[in-house]
Design a protein around this ligand. Sequence first.
Ligand SMILES: [Fe+2]
Ligand SMILES: [Fe+2]
Length: 167
Amino acid sequence: MKRLLTALLLLAGAVFLVMPLQAQEGQFGQGATYSEIMRNDHRQIERLIGQLRQSEDHGEMDRLLTQLKDGLAKHMKAEETYLYPALEKNDDTKGMAVKARDEHSAAKSQLQRINHMAGREEYLSRLDLLETLIKSHVNFEEGELLSAAQGVVEEGSMTEQFRKVYR
Ligand SMILES: [Fe+2]
Ligand SMILES: [Fe+2]
């Protein structure tokens, strides 16, 4: 009886430890600073696209596509409402914000074209293009834009503004 109780307590402990990890999965807007939030969101976006490619179940594809659309909408809103305008105020970073906005519109219109009820080939080829657009945008943001933003943006207040979008 005592052994069973110990085993149950250990199991409860393990479940308790694993739960916060699972809660993280699929959540956008996690991170201590705005740039950490952006990087974490990018990983979620890449993970969802990978899962969409693997899935053949329409119910699951629906769920994943909804998560991707909602997450991308919040992510892009935070960048477009707070980060890009701050970069546009400075001549050194203005061009980067313009390019980033154009890349967002390309990704948004490609996202509208993705329909898992269409044939598998069409669906996968549109998903491929979305992934290419997003990968290139993410590389640009993580490789150039974020480091340029460091000199222009006040981290604490930008992080506060980002959090408003995810609340
Ligand atoms: Fe981003
Ligand atoms: Fe972006």
